[in-house]
Design a protein around this ligand. Structure first.
Ligand code: ATP
Ligand code: MG
Length: 262
């Protein structure tokens, strides 16, 4: 049985892409077969997996969504790049930005990605979707396709208000489009262990949301090494295997594995 996880937060720069990449490669290191889907026209995940010029790629999520919207069959293996053993990537580039408009009038517009994901997911143990920083139609498509949502929250500001909007959208998708959708957990990222402020934010998130939403026991520390990986096409386990960020992402991976499929 495969599991589809959307990594989402409409707030920009909170560690979604870094988490999608290092959770995906982490699951692969634990023997799972993983498909990462870049669902952001910025193509950050695509770039961080080694495709420095995503705009030159001709087969991307955009073509998959266009074909699916037009009820054309997506050829087997189309747009799927092999990053390394057990890890595949569907890339994205700037062309994806036009999808927000073209999907607006499409029939069943919230379920286009789902109908594609349903076709390929049985070849994988995990499908991880890196969402863009918005709650637009692409992110709603990711929620409709997913079993669960993982929410990275940067422990450096008061996230309460933005989170409420995100949770409302997840609830709306659950009510109308995907009854089984649940929250995998809130993940605190870029936690600066040296400041008491970061601890206060962590405590606050747990006290405000912890009763209704799982908060991962693992926190991702602020780490220059983690920031550097974005430009190197290397996971944190390859780049700095003994560092604190690699340890944290490994322990997150194990927590996600322990959650199982449902
Ligand atoms: P966007 O909303 O633009 O898609 P994002 O939520 O995907 O952003 P990332 O791209 O993963 O966020 O991270 C934002 C920036 O923070 C990047 O430059 C990344 O290298 C850096 N970063 C990510 N995780 C950490 C960390 N644990 N410590 C320090 N820097 C980090
Ligand atoms: Mg991103």
């Amino acid at each position: 049985m495969s599991k589809v996880i959307a990594v989402a937060n409409q707030k920009g720069g909170v560690g979604k892409t870094t988490t999608a990449f290092n959770l995906g490669t982490g699951l692969a290191e634990q023997g799972k077969k993983v498909l990462l889907i870049d669902s952001d026209p910025q193509g950050s995940l695509t770039i961080s997996m080694g495709y420095q010029e995503p705009d030159k790629l001709e087969e991307t999520l955009f073509e998959i969504i266009t074909m699916t919207t037009n009820e054309e069959k997506v050829p087997e293996g189309f747009a799927i790049l092999h990053y390394k053993d057990n890890v595949d990537l569907i890339p994205a580039n700037i062309s994806l930005s036009s999808v927000e408009v073209s999907l607006a009038s499409a029939f069943c517009r919230e379920s286009i990605l789902k109908s594609y994901v349903e076709q390929v997911k049985d070849s994988y143990d995990y499908v991880i979707i890196d969402c863009m920083p918005s709650l637009g139609v692409l992110t709603v498509n990711a929620f409709t396709s997913a079993d669960s949502v993982l929410i990275p929250v940067q422990a450096a500001y008061l996230p309460v208000k933005g989170l409420q909007q995100l949770l409302k959208t997840i609830c709306a998708v659950k009510r109308k489009l995907n009854r089984g959708l649940y929250i995998e957990g809130i993940l605190l990222t870029m936690v600066d262990g040296r400041t008491t402020y970061a601890k206060e934010i962590a405590n606050q998130v747990t006290s405000v949301y912890g009763k209704t939403i799982p908060v991962f026991p693992t926190e991702i520390p602020l780490s220059v090494r983690a920031a550097e990986t974005s430009a190197l096409a290397k996971s944190i386990y390859e780049y700095d295997p003994k560092g604190k960020a690699a340890k944290a992402y490994l322990s997150l991976t194990k927590e996600v594995l322990a959650h199982g499929s449902k």
